[in-house]
Design a protein around this ligand. Structure first.
Ligand code: AMP
Length: 299
Protein backbone atom coordinates (compact mmCIF):
# COMPACT_ATOMS: atom_id res chain seq x y z
CA UNK A 1 0.00 0.00 0.00
CA UNK A 2 1.24 3.45 -0.91
CA UNK A 3 0.59 6.55 1.19
CA UNK A 4 -0.07 9.70 -0.84
CA UNK A 5 -0.28 13.18 0.64
CA UNK A 6 -0.43 15.45 -2.43
CA UNK A 7 -3.44 15.97 -4.71
CA UNK A 8 -1.36 16.18 -7.92
CA UNK A 9 0.41 12.90 -7.18
CA UNK A 10 -2.90 11.20 -6.35
CA UNK A 11 -4.42 12.40 -9.63
CA UNK A 12 -1.42 11.22 -11.64
CA UNK A 13 -1.56 7.79 -10.03
CA UNK A 14 -5.28 7.46 -10.74
CA UNK A 15 -4.85 8.51 -14.36
CA UNK A 16 -2.04 5.97 -14.71
CA UNK A 17 -4.18 3.17 -13.23
CA UNK A 18 -7.02 4.09 -15.61
CA UNK A 19 -4.64 3.98 -18.56
CA UNK A 20 -3.94 0.35 -17.72
CA UNK A 21 -7.70 -0.24 -17.76
CA UNK A 22 -8.10 -0.58 -14.01
CA UNK A 23 -11.29 0.60 -12.30
CA UNK A 24 -10.92 2.70 -9.16
CA UNK A 25 -13.12 2.76 -6.07
CA UNK A 26 -12.71 5.32 -3.30
CA UNK A 27 -13.78 5.07 0.34
CA UNK A 28 -13.74 8.54 1.95
CA UNK A 29 -13.20 8.55 5.74
CA UNK A 30 -12.12 10.77 8.60
CA UNK A 31 -9.95 7.96 9.98
CA UNK A 32 -9.84 6.30 13.39
CA UNK A 33 -11.02 3.31 11.45
CA UNK A 34 -13.36 0.67 12.83
CA UNK A 35 -15.19 -2.35 11.45
CA UNK A 36 -17.80 -0.09 9.84
CA UNK A 37 -15.15 1.57 7.68
CA UNK A 38 -13.53 -1.78 6.94
CA UNK A 39 -16.87 -3.18 5.76
CA UNK A 40 -16.88 -0.40 3.16
CA UNK A 41 -13.41 -1.47 2.03
CA UNK A 42 -14.59 -5.09 1.77
CA UNK A 43 -17.56 -3.99 -0.31
CA UNK A 44 -15.24 -1.90 -2.47
CA UNK A 45 -13.51 -5.07 -3.64
CA UNK A 46 -16.68 -6.08 -5.50
CA UNK A 47 -16.48 -2.99 -7.71
CA UNK A 48 -12.92 -2.28 -8.75
CA UNK A 49 -9.32 -3.52 -8.72
CA UNK A 50 -7.85 -0.36 -7.22
CA UNK A 51 -9.03 0.71 -3.77
CA UNK A 52 -8.24 4.17 -2.47
CA UNK A 53 -9.10 5.08 1.12
CA UNK A 54 -9.02 8.78 1.87
CA UNK A 55 -8.38 9.91 5.40
CA UNK A 56 -9.04 13.57 6.13
CA UNK A 57 -10.63 15.13 9.20
CA UNK A 58 -12.37 17.93 7.35
CA UNK A 59 -12.37 21.15 9.39
CA UNK A 60 -15.09 22.84 7.33
CA UNK A 61 -17.78 20.34 8.33
CA UNK A 62 -17.31 21.04 12.05
CA UNK A 63 -18.88 24.07 13.71
CA UNK A 64 -16.60 26.13 16.01
CA UNK A 65 -18.24 24.55 19.11
CA UNK A 66 -17.83 20.97 17.81
CA UNK A 67 -15.11 18.36 18.28
CA UNK A 68 -12.72 19.04 15.36
CA UNK A 69 -9.60 19.46 17.49
CA UNK A 70 -10.32 16.48 19.73
CA UNK A 71 -11.67 14.19 16.99
CA UNK A 72 -9.84 10.86 17.56
CA UNK A 73 -6.84 10.25 15.31
CA UNK A 74 -4.47 7.27 15.00
CA UNK A 75 -2.67 7.34 11.69
CA UNK A 76 -0.35 4.41 12.41
CA UNK A 77 -3.18 2.08 13.32
CA UNK A 78 -5.30 3.30 10.38
CA UNK A 79 -2.56 2.64 7.86
CA UNK A 80 -1.91 -0.80 9.37
CA UNK A 81 -5.63 -1.64 9.09
CA UNK A 82 -5.79 -0.40 5.49
CA UNK A 83 -2.71 -2.38 4.53
CA UNK A 84 -4.17 -5.53 6.09
CA UNK A 85 -7.51 -4.92 4.34
CA UNK A 86 -5.84 -4.82 0.93
CA UNK A 87 -6.11 -1.09 0.24
CA UNK A 88 -3.87 0.04 -2.64
CA UNK A 89 -3.54 3.73 -1.83
CA UNK A 90 -4.14 5.68 1.37
CA UNK A 91 -4.66 9.36 0.54
CA UNK A 92 -3.97 11.60 3.55
CA UNK A 93 -3.68 15.22 2.52
CA UNK A 94 -3.21 17.84 5.23
CA UNK A 95 -5.59 20.76 5.75
CA UNK A 96 -3.41 23.21 3.80
CA UNK A 97 -3.26 20.83 0.83
CA UNK A 98 -7.06 20.72 0.69
CA UNK A 99 -7.67 24.34 1.67
CA UNK A 100 -4.74 26.47 0.52
CA UNK A 101 -4.68 30.13 1.56
CA UNK A 102 -7.38 31.94 -0.40
CA UNK A 103 -9.65 28.90 -0.87
CA UNK A 104 -13.25 30.09 -0.98
CA UNK A 105 -15.54 27.67 -2.89
CA UNK A 106 -18.62 26.28 -1.15
CA UNK A 107 -21.04 23.71 -2.52
CA UNK A 108 -24.62 24.12 -1.37
CA UNK A 109 -26.88 21.17 -2.15
CA UNK A 110 -30.16 22.87 -1.22
CA UNK A 111 -33.41 21.45 0.10
CA UNK A 112 -32.32 18.00 1.24
CA UNK A 113 -30.01 19.67 3.77
CA UNK A 114 -32.69 21.87 5.37
CA UNK A 115 -33.80 19.52 8.16
CA UNK A 116 -32.27 17.02 10.57
CA UNK A 117 -28.43 17.23 10.57
CA UNK A 118 -28.59 20.33 8.36
CA UNK A 119 -30.78 22.11 10.89
CA UNK A 120 -28.76 21.17 13.97
CA UNK A 121 -25.37 21.54 12.28
CA UNK A 122 -25.70 24.61 10.04
CA UNK A 123 -22.99 24.68 7.30
CA UNK A 124 -22.11 21.02 7.99
CA UNK A 125 -23.30 19.78 4.60
CA UNK A 126 -21.63 22.63 2.72
CA UNK A 127 -18.42 21.37 4.26
CA UNK A 128 -19.28 17.76 3.41
CA UNK A 129 -20.28 18.44 -0.20
CA UNK A 130 -17.23 20.59 -0.82
CA UNK A 131 -14.74 18.09 0.59
CA UNK A 132 -16.40 15.12 -1.13
CA UNK A 133 -16.14 16.95 -4.44
CA UNK A 134 -12.47 17.73 -3.80
CA UNK A 135 -11.70 14.16 -2.75
CA UNK A 136 -13.41 12.81 -5.87
CA UNK A 137 -11.47 15.25 -8.04
CA UNK A 138 -8.27 14.18 -6.30
CA UNK A 139 -8.81 10.43 -6.65
CA UNK A 140 -10.77 10.34 -9.96
CA UNK A 141 -12.66 7.14 -9.10
CA UNK A 142 -15.26 5.14 -11.03
CA UNK A 143 -17.07 4.29 -7.77
CA UNK A 144 -17.33 5.86 -4.34
CA UNK A 145 -18.69 4.07 -1.26
CA UNK A 146 -20.49 5.73 1.64
CA UNK A 147 -22.14 4.27 4.74
CA UNK A 148 -25.88 4.42 5.37
CA UNK A 149 -24.90 5.28 8.96
CA UNK A 150 -24.76 8.88 7.70
CA UNK A 151 -28.08 8.71 5.88
CA UNK A 152 -28.55 12.38 5.04
CA UNK A 153 -24.92 12.58 3.91
CA UNK A 154 -25.69 9.80 1.42
CA UNK A 155 -28.56 11.85 -0.01
CA UNK A 156 -26.32 14.91 -0.21
CA UNK A 157 -23.60 13.00 -2.05
CA UNK A 158 -26.09 11.41 -4.47
CA UNK A 159 -27.57 14.82 -5.24
CA UNK A 160 -24.10 16.32 -5.70
CA UNK A 161 -23.25 13.61 -8.21
CA UNK A 162 -26.51 13.79 -10.14
CA UNK A 163 -26.97 17.58 -10.15
CA UNK A 164 -23.37 18.15 -11.27
CA UNK A 165 -23.27 15.20 -13.73
CA UNK A 166 -20.30 13.43 -12.18
CA UNK A 167 -19.51 10.18 -14.04
CA UNK A 168 -19.18 8.23 -10.77
CA UNK A 169 -21.37 5.50 -9.28
CA UNK A 170 -22.26 5.98 -5.63
CA UNK A 171 -22.58 2.81 -3.57
CA UNK A 172 -24.29 2.83 -0.18
CA UNK A 173 -23.18 0.22 2.38
CA UNK A 174 -25.23 -0.95 5.37
CA UNK A 175 -24.52 0.16 8.94
CA UNK A 176 -22.23 -2.09 10.99
CA UNK A 177 -23.36 -2.44 14.59
CA UNK A 178 -21.87 -3.60 17.86
CA UNK A 179 -23.26 -6.63 19.73
CA UNK A 180 -26.05 -4.55 21.31
CA UNK A 181 -27.07 -2.70 18.18
CA UNK A 182 -25.06 0.48 18.71
CA UNK A 183 -23.88 1.73 15.31
CA UNK A 184 -20.08 1.68 15.16
CA UNK A 185 -18.63 5.16 15.13
CA UNK A 186 -15.24 6.74 15.74
CA UNK A 187 -17.00 8.96 18.30
CA UNK A 188 -18.03 5.95 20.45
CA UNK A 189 -14.61 6.22 22.17
CA UNK A 190 -15.85 9.41 23.84
CA UNK A 191 -18.50 7.42 25.79
CA UNK A 192 -17.94 6.55 29.44
CA UNK A 193 -18.65 2.97 30.48
CA UNK A 194 -22.13 3.91 31.71
CA UNK A 195 -22.89 5.93 28.60
CA UNK A 196 -21.70 3.07 26.41
CA UNK A 197 -24.19 0.77 28.17
CA UNK A 198 -26.97 3.30 27.75
CA UNK A 199 -26.15 3.94 24.09
CA UNK A 200 -28.00 0.84 22.88
CA UNK A 201 -31.19 2.85 23.49
CA UNK A 202 -30.76 4.43 20.04
CA UNK A 203 -31.09 1.07 18.33
CA UNK A 204 -33.88 0.01 20.70
CA UNK A 205 -35.92 3.10 19.87
CA UNK A 206 -35.48 2.60 16.12
CA UNK A 207 -36.60 -1.00 16.52
CA UNK A 208 -39.63 -0.02 18.62
CA UNK A 209 -40.75 2.42 15.96
CA UNK A 210 -40.12 -0.17 13.25
CA UNK A 211 -42.18 -2.65 15.19
CA UNK A 212 -45.07 -0.20 15.49
CA UNK A 213 -44.96 0.49 11.76
CA UNK A 214 -44.87 -3.21 10.95
CA UNK A 215 -47.93 -3.55 13.16
CA UNK A 216 -49.81 -0.90 11.26
CA UNK A 217 -48.85 2.50 12.60
CA UNK A 218 -48.75 5.15 9.82
CA UNK A 219 -48.93 8.49 11.63
CA UNK A 220 -45.60 10.34 11.75
CA UNK A 221 -46.38 12.03 15.03
CA UNK A 222 -46.98 8.71 16.74
CA UNK A 223 -43.96 7.04 15.17
CA UNK A 224 -41.78 9.94 16.33
CA UNK A 225 -43.33 9.89 19.80
CA UNK A 226 -42.48 6.20 20.19
CA UNK A 227 -38.82 7.00 19.55
CA UNK A 228 -38.85 10.04 21.87
CA UNK A 229 -40.50 8.13 24.69
CA UNK A 230 -38.04 5.25 24.38
CA UNK A 231 -35.00 7.55 24.28
CA UNK A 232 -36.25 9.48 27.31
CA UNK A 233 -36.01 6.36 29.46
CA UNK A 234 -32.33 7.38 29.72
CA UNK A 235 -32.06 10.44 31.94
CA UNK A 236 -28.64 11.45 30.59
CA UNK A 237 -29.97 11.90 27.05
CA UNK A 238 -30.66 15.10 25.11
CA UNK A 239 -32.53 14.67 21.87
CA UNK A 240 -31.70 16.84 18.84
CA UNK A 241 -34.25 14.96 16.76
CA UNK A 242 -35.96 11.58 16.62
CA UNK A 243 -38.04 11.66 13.51
CA UNK A 244 -39.30 9.91 10.41
CA UNK A 245 -39.41 11.02 6.79
CA UNK A 246 -39.73 9.79 3.23
CA UNK A 247 -36.36 8.20 2.50
CA UNK A 248 -35.71 9.76 -0.91
CA UNK A 249 -36.75 13.36 -0.25
CA UNK A 250 -36.78 13.66 3.57
CA UNK A 251 -40.26 15.12 3.22
CA UNK A 252 -42.44 14.76 6.30
CA UNK A 253 -46.10 13.98 5.50
CA UNK A 254 -48.55 13.60 8.39
CA UNK A 255 -49.15 10.01 7.47
CA UNK A 256 -47.13 7.50 5.45
CA UNK A 257 -48.71 5.44 2.70
CA UNK A 258 -48.39 1.71 1.98
CA UNK A 259 -45.39 0.97 -0.25
CA UNK A 260 -43.50 4.16 0.67
CA UNK A 261 -39.86 3.83 1.69
CA UNK A 262 -39.23 5.76 4.86
CA UNK A 263 -36.32 6.48 7.16
CA UNK A 264 -36.25 6.79 10.94
CA UNK A 265 -33.56 9.25 11.98
CA UNK A 266 -32.03 10.01 15.37
CA UNK A 267 -29.48 12.42 16.75
CA UNK A 268 -28.93 12.58 20.49
CA UNK A 269 -26.37 13.64 23.02
CA UNK A 270 -25.40 11.06 25.59
CA UNK A 271 -23.57 13.22 28.09
CA UNK A 272 -21.30 15.30 25.87
CA UNK A 273 -21.17 12.84 22.97
CA UNK A 274 -23.40 13.33 19.95
CA UNK A 275 -24.55 10.11 18.30
CA UNK A 276 -26.63 9.58 15.15
CA UNK A 277 -28.38 6.52 13.78
CA UNK A 278 -31.10 5.60 11.32
CA UNK A 279 -32.93 2.75 9.72
CA UNK A 280 -34.99 2.48 6.55
CA UNK A 281 -38.11 0.46 5.95
CA UNK A 282 -41.04 0.01 3.61
CA UNK A 283 -44.52 0.86 4.85
CA UNK A 284 -46.28 -2.49 4.59
CA UNK A 285 -49.46 -2.73 2.58
CA UNK A 286 -51.13 -5.33 4.77
CA UNK A 287 -51.95 -4.51 8.38
CA UNK A 288 -50.85 -7.13 10.90
CA UNK A 289 -52.79 -5.72 13.85
CA UNK A 290 -54.82 -2.80 15.06
CA UNK A 291 -52.94 0.53 14.84
CA UNK A 292 -55.06 1.84 17.72
CA UNK A 293 -52.70 0.01 20.09
CA UNK A 294 -50.18 2.87 19.63
CA UNK A 295 -52.65 5.66 20.44
CA UNK A 296 -51.07 6.03 23.91
CA UNK A 297 -48.17 7.88 22.24
CA UNK A 298 -50.44 10.63 20.90
CA UNK A 299 -49.92 14.21 22.06
P1 AMP B 1 -16.41 8.82 8.99
O1 AMP B 1 -14.96 8.45 9.13
O2 AMP B 1 -17.18 8.73 10.25
O3 AMP B 1 -16.61 10.11 8.24
O4 AMP B 1 -17.05 7.69 8.06
C1 AMP B 1 -16.50 7.40 6.80
C2 AMP B 1 -17.49 6.54 6.05
O5 AMP B 1 -17.74 5.35 6.79
C3 AMP B 1 -18.84 7.23 5.85
O6 AMP B 1 -19.34 6.92 4.56
C4 AMP B 1 -19.68 6.61 6.94
O7 AMP B 1 -21.06 6.61 6.65
C5 AMP B 1 -19.12 5.20 6.98
N1 AMP B 1 -19.40 4.58 8.27
C6 AMP B 1 -19.19 5.12 9.50
N2 AMP B 1 -19.65 4.29 10.46
C7 AMP B 1 -20.15 3.20 9.83
C8 AMP B 1 -20.77 2.00 10.27
N3 AMP B 1 -20.98 1.75 11.55
N4 AMP B 1 -21.17 1.10 9.33
C9 AMP B 1 -20.98 1.36 8.01
N5 AMP B 1 -20.39 2.47 7.53
C10 AMP B 1 -19.99 3.39 8.43
Amino acid sequence: MKIITKIKEMQQISLQEKKSNKKIVVVPTMGYLHKGHLSLVEKAKNYAEIIIVTLFVNPTQFAPNEDYSKYPRDLNKDSELCELAGVNYLFIPDALEMYPIGFSAKINIGKVTDEFEGKYRPNHFEGVATIVLKLLNSTLPDFAIFGQKDFQQCLVVKKLISDLNFPIDIIIAPTMRDFDGLAMSSRNVYLSEDERNEASILFVSLEKARNAIENGERKRKIINAIMHKTLRTISNIRIDYASSALADSLETPEEFLPGEKIVLLLAVYLGRTRLIDNTTLLIPSILKSNPASFEEFKG
